[in-house]
Design a protein around this ligand. Structure first.
Ligand SMILES: [Zn+2]
Length: 405
């Protein structure tokens, strides 16, 4: 089921396919017609899980690089020492490690090379690409180990629908990976050039637009899109190279409860958008106010040093960011990550982008979260609640001081 392809050659049992399961104890059908959701189909919001056996098969390349970073810290020496699975893709040939073991075969489906469109998002045959030119900054690929099925043989689809228990459904969608063309370790933000980081965001944006456009042509609609970065093995990153991911959910069955909260909150704000109007606690929680972005420590952190950021312009989606906003975002993220490094915050961090789904006619101001890794308590797992020690305005002061000592 690699690359989200289910066909007669690889299909064995209905429990080998990626599944989406809504939790019956926290799922309700959507009443909010106000989001422009149309049609007869029943939609939900609540808690759901993707269950995907193939996710467990992805190669893990983090241990060696984490050891090397410990040895050399984040010095340029690391850049030439590491071989990873993505090198087989960018070089267009199999790559072997120092012990002669093959770590990547080079087969891929490449959606964008920088902003240039390459393979069609619903293409069925992975292939080797020619060596990617050194001038290229970033690529976006179809994730080889996805949580959702992208292409399904029609006969097998009917068989799965007929045989899966009714509370389970085949998870459909596109999972993307955006990575730098050359190797830069995600845990060493100081080594990642600003234009490479911007390149990843640009490639990601163009790939989202390409995939959604092709999905709409195939009659998919109301599409939640979640771009994110898992930086470090403790927060879900399985590869040491800096990379972002995008989940494009094509199940057309609604959205998660957190997104429901955001959608309802923006609806209630109406014309008085909180992000457009607030000063974030009389500015003492603001960390960085650039021309295009505002970064601040959120007053209700889910972890200590939880940072929120939003474009100063009221736009709904990541894919609406223009080139100036993207370059400024790359620059600002780098400044903030290096400041967090300076005050010794865990280098394992998530960056999440919260966006209005495609097809929803909802008011929304896109925003992001930077969440450093921490061990989380039990009561917190059971509820939508978190306990943090650090007062947000003090965290903000510490980060501001690290940015401009
Ligand atoms: Zn706004």
């Amino acid at each position: 089921m690699e690359w989200g392809i289910i066909n007669k050659d690889n299909f064995k049992s209905i429990y080998d396919v990626p599944i989406k399961r809504w939790d019956p104890l926290s799922t309700v059908s959507i009443r909010a017609k106000g989001f422009g959701i149309q049609g007869e189909r029943i939609r939900y919001y609540g808690h759901y899980s993707y269950l995907s056996p193939i996710r467990g098969k992805r190669p893990k390349g983090f241990k060696t690089i984490e050891k090397k970073i410990e040895l050399h810290e984040c010095t340029e020496k690391i850049l030439n020492e590491v071989k990873d699975v993505f090198m087989a893709v960018t070089e267009g040939k199999p790559i072997y490690n120092d012990n002669g073991k093959r770590i990547g075969d080079g087969f891929t489906l490449i959606i964008t090379e920088d902003e240039k469109r390459r393979d069609a998002p619903f293409l069925e045959t992975p292939h080797r690409i020619k060596k990617v030119p050194d001038s290229c900054k970033a690529l976006t690929l179809i994730n080889r180990y996805p949580s959702m099925a992208r292409i399904i043989d029609p006969d097998i689809y009917i068989y799965i629908v007929d045989n899966l228990p009714s509370h389970l459904k085949l998870a459909r969608g596109i999972n993307l990976v955006s990575l730098s063309r050359n190797f830069y370790p995600s845990l060493c933000f100081n080594l990642i050039p600003e234009e490479v980081l911007a390149g990843i965001l640009i490639s990601m944006k163009e790939a989202i637009l390409y995939c959604v456009q092709e999905a709409i042509e195939r009659d998919y609609y109301d599409i939640p899109v979640s771009p994110f970065f898992n930086i470090g093995s403790k927060v879900g990153g399985s590869q040491p190279r800096i990379h972002g991911q995008v989940y494009i959910d094509l199940n057309m069955d609604g959205h998660g409860s957190r997104l429901e909260g955001y959608l309802e909150a923006f609806k209630e704000m109406g014309d008085n958008c909180h992000l457009c109007e607030t000063t974030h606690g009389d500015t003492d929680r603001i960390i960085l106010n650039s021309k295009y972005w505002t970064f601040y420590t959120t007053g209700s952190p889910v972890r200590n040093y939880h940072i929120r950021f939003h474009p100063n312009e009221h736009i709904r989606r990541f894919s609406q960011l223009n080139i100036n906003q993207i370059h400024d975002l790359a620059k600002s993220l780098k400044i903030i990550f290096m400041a967090l490094d300076d005050i010794e915050i865990d280098k394992n961090r998530n960056i999440l982008f919260n966006c209005c789904p495609f097809g929803y006619d909802a008011d929304f101001h896109m925003f992001g979260d930077i969440i450093p890794h921490e061990i989380i308590g039990g009561a917190e797992m059971a509820d939508d609640m978190r306990v943090a020690r650090k007062l947000p305005h003090i965290a903000a002061a510490e980060i501001r001081k690290a940015i401009s000592p």
